[in-house]
Design a protein around this ligand. Structure first.
Ligand code: ZN
Length: 462
């Protein structure tokens, strides 16, 4: 019997905070056993990675694959698109109006049947009845992160799209009416569970409603109008409300999709005040602006070049910590482009997280940190996010030099458009490995679908 199941040889190994060194990575039973030099001993499978970099597999902490039904046709495609992008762990948001008692196990089963990579869930709290599900989610389902949308006030969220359950051909639509009193009660409900995390979409609804009305009345459309209707001061204002409650109840925050100068300044202020938080930005804030195509309508909006520059600087400083795609893999038809103000927000992007981050010229060690190590830490994903021995052999071999143009038809997603269409990107994965098994190899997907494992998370005990 061979000493190792797999050895990746001659790789430029990228670990956060360390110089990039050339060496081998040896895998046994799906776990990394060596990654600090040249490995001797034979292997059942050898991959020569000479000339390429190896990074820890991408962890996308922010996806909404269930917002496009049906799961049995869409999940396999999104999983392939993600694998082609070096993604080895997908964290999915779940959003349902009723109790999660049946929804979480049903969605776990669907993901186990269709995903190539490992996965976990964040559960969205939409109403006070959901507070009764918190203990069950933590203890029975291993879900330790919850989500609240501060932008979901009527009439903004009169028709909120809900996650599909297995068998559903069309997504349910339900009304959601958020207010700050609900947020306060959510912090109270989560406070007894140490180590739980609350992910908050920070946008003040009142400001969005009143500013959008002005923009619409002026007859404006397009991404600049969209951005003016949801000004970044509304994001900053919401962050401070979330921050004061987080400090009061000792529930750490995760703030997704920060992409504005005002948002970054608020993050700095929250940290000065002692708030415990991890902050995410998204690939679209790194390379797009409000001059991009109308398909890039997303909340919070994509802003100006100065915001783009501020996001990159904040990642380098460590004020922004993780990258998440916030993907909803709509087709153009599902997105509904006939009128701008009714167009659905968001788009696909999970499979492009890594190439966009590398093409934005982030140092590779910082790419490894923000696309893998930091999300693993933030969400207690044990054995993930590191190339050090003892961790799951989730890794991606990347050609960081050659450039190619984004073409939606080559992204394997069920989405038929890309907000990055025509953009020249580098940093494309050649091989993606999950727990020692090759799940993507230069355009091929060698394993059967449905090998992904559910990541049951535990609250830290101390
Ligand atoms: Zn989202």
């Amino acid at each position: 019997m061979a000493t190792y199941d797999l050895v990746v040889r001659n790789a430029r190994i990228v670990k956060p905070g360390q110089p990039i060194r050339e060496g081998d990575i040896a895998v046994r039973n799906g776990v990394i056993v060596e990654s600090d030099g040249v490995v001797s001993g034979d292997a059942a499978q050898t991959i020569d990675a000479a000339g390429s970099h190896v990074l820890p597999g991408v962890i996308d902490p922010h996806t909404h694959p269930g917002l496009v039904a049906p799961l049995d046709r869409r999940l396999p495609l999104e999983s392939r698109g993600a694998a082609a992008g070096g993604v080895t762990t997908i964290v999915q948001y779940l959003r349902r109006p009723e109790s999660y008692r049946e929804a979480v196990p049903a969605r776990r089963k669907a993901a186990e049947e269709h995903l190539l990579q490992d996965f976990a869930f964040h559960v969205t709290l939409l109403n006070r009845d959901h507070f009764d599900d918190i203990r069950m989610c933590i203890e029975d389902f291993g879900v330790t992160s919850f989500k609240i949308y501060m932008n979901s006030r009527m009439p903004l969220s009169e028709r909120m799209r809900m996650d599909a359950l297995p068998g559903q051909e069309v997504n349910d639509i339900a009304p959601v009416d958020y207010d700050d009193g609900f947020l306060l009660d959510a912090f109270r409900a989560l406070a007894p569970y140490r180590g739980v995390r609350l992910n908050i979409h920070c946008e003040n609804s009142d400001i969005a409603i009143s500013e959008t009305a002005k923009v619409v009345a002026a007859g404006r459309t397009g991404l600049t109008a969209w951005s003016d209707g949801r000004p970044a001061i509304g994001e900053a204002a919401a962050m401070h409300v979330a921050g004061v409650m987080s400090r009061e109840y000792n529930v750490p925050l995760y703030i997704p999709h920060v992409g504005s100068r005002e948002g970054i300044r608020a993050v700095e202020e929250l940290r000065k005040l002692g708030t415990s938080l991890t902050v995410e930005t998204c690939p679209h804030y790194l390379v797009l602006t409000d001059e991009s195509s109308d398909t890039a309508k997303v909340a919070p909006p994509i802003r100006k070049e100065a915001d783009q520059a501020a996001v990159l600087e904040a990642l380098v400083r460590g004020d922004l910590n993780t990258l998440g795609s916030d993907e909803i893999p709509y087709t153009l038809e599902e997105k509904g482009m006939s009128t701008f103000w009714t167009e659905n927000t968001a788009f696909s992007g999970c499979g492009l997280l890594l190439p966009v981050a590398i093409s934005a010229n982030l140092p590779l060690q910082l790419v490894a940190e923000t696309t893998s190590a930091a999300p693993a830490r933030a969400f207690g994903l044990e054995g993930k996010g590191s190339l050090d021995p003892g961790n799951d052999a989730d890794l991606v071999i990347v050609d960081t030099e050659s450039e190619s143009q984004v073409r939606p038809q080559f992204l394997n997603s069920s989405s038929d458009f890309s907000v990055y269409d025509g953009m020249s990107l580098r940093g494309w994965p050649t091989v993606t490995i999950s727990r020692g098994e090759v799940i993507f190899d230069r355009g091929r997907f060698p394993t059967a679908e449905g090998r992904g494992k559910y990541l049951f998370r535990s609250l830290a005990t101390d």
